[in-house]
Design a protein around this ligand. Structure first.
Ligand code: TYM
Length: 333
């Protein structure tokens, strides 16, 4: 709670071009909290460097991610939009929380296991302690709700465990946050391998639909999506490709699986794939137009970053100094 308002907090890594998974699972939902919650949405550049980044790309994507937040309806007057590295309290709280996190807990994180398999030449300590930095992000703002896709649920649960452990030693320090996971769109799968999550770091660009893909590219990618040898559009076990396309269609249109099955009765996969591509392209067009206008004004984006960093720092420092006092660090002013 901040000033009698509940707090919503989330973040996105500027580690690749953002996908419709990021959009449907997370960013699209952020704005739904803007009226009733105090909202903080962060571009988590410090998280991104757990995997080697090209500095120029990281810098560019930091602007792009902020512009996409705004293009997806996040008004910087109603939401605190900022870049993680601009608020050093994140790194400071993460250190303290490292001392309240168990090695065994971090070893069980599935994202760590996946990423260390994928980057076996760079299994660095940051990759291992990544969830502690994420816990610091969330806890600094006394967060009540964390809108995320299902892949981040385990990290939010660990954050709750760390906060509960800290509070049991030092009562009333942190609010215990709840993950908010959308009913549809929580896990958009790859178009090339629908048993795998759609991911911005996938090397096969055809498996991923990016928020900024043009209409023809979107439709082409959906047309090539892997399905099965059946011809009937229905949601069923073993039909991972069609199930994924139905989920995407359902998330964009609000239609239930039964309604979609009815709509495409007697029609083949070709018609269905085209329809999914079209609703996706139609939904993304206004986002892309606003994004293009925002990216043409870097100075404005920097002003948003600066204002966001000042606002975020104000609240973050409050929690950090409370933690430091409780831990026994001498405060000097
Ligand atoms: P990141 O950058 O991988 O993803 C950003 C958000 O997008 C969601 N998402 C998906 N949702 C549905 N289907 C998909 N295929 C898909 N891919 C990604 C993610 O669940 C996430 O909500 N650790 C976080 C970033 C982070 C964070 C935080 C989030 C850092 N600090 C504090 C919340 C609160 C991450 O790597 O997200």
């Amino acid at each position: 709670m901040i000033q009698d308002m509940k707090v919503s907090y989330s973040g996105v890594q500027p580690s690749g071009n953002l996908t419709i998974g990021n959009y449907l699972g997370a960013i699209r939902n952020f704005a739904t909290f803007s009226e009733q919650y105090k909202c903080f949405y962060c571009v988590v550049d410090a998280h991104a460097i757990t995997v080697r980044q090209t500095p120029a790309d990281l810098r560019r994507r930091t602007y792009e991610t902020l512009a996409l937040y705004m293009a997806c309806g996040l008004d910087p007057e109603k939401n605190t939009l900022y870049v993680q590295s601009h608020v050093p309290a994140h790194a400071e709280l993460a250190w303290a929380l490292n001392c309240f996190t168990m090695f065994g807990e971090l070893s069980r994180m599935t994202q760590f296991k996946d990423k260390s398999a994928k980057h076996s030449d760079n299994i660095n300590a940051g990759l291992f302690t990544y969830p502690v930095l994420m816990a610091a992000d969330i806890l600094l703002y006394q967060t009540d709700v964390v809108p995320v896709g299902i892949d981040q649920k385990q990290h939010v649960e660990l954050c709750r465990d760390i906060a509960t452990r800290f509070n049991s030693v030092f009562p009333d320090t942190f609010t215990i946050p709840e993950p908010i996971i959308p009913k549809t769109g929580m896990k958009i799968m790859s178009l090339a391998d629908p048993t795998k999550k759609m991911s911005k770091s996938d090397e096969n660009a055809n498996s991923v639909v990016y928020i900024l893909d043009d209409r023809d590219t979107i439709i082409r990618k959906f047309k090539r999506a892997v399905t099965d040898s059946d011809t009937c559009v229905r949601y069923a076990e073993g039909k991972d490709g069609i199930n994924n396309l139905m989920n995407i269609y359902s998330t964009f249109t609000g239609k239930s699986h039964a309604e979609i099955e009815h709509e495409f009765e007697g029609r083949g996969y070709g018609d269905f794939k085209l329809a999914v591509g079209e609703v996706c392209a139609d939904a993304l067009r206004p986002v892309q137009e606003t994004y293009a206008a925002l990216m043409s004004d870097k100075a404005h984006l920097e002003a948003v970053m600066k204002k966001g960093a000042e606002e975020a720092s104000y609240y973050a420092r409050k929690t950090l100094s409370k933690v430091q006092k409780k831990l026994g660090f001498v405060q000097i002013r």
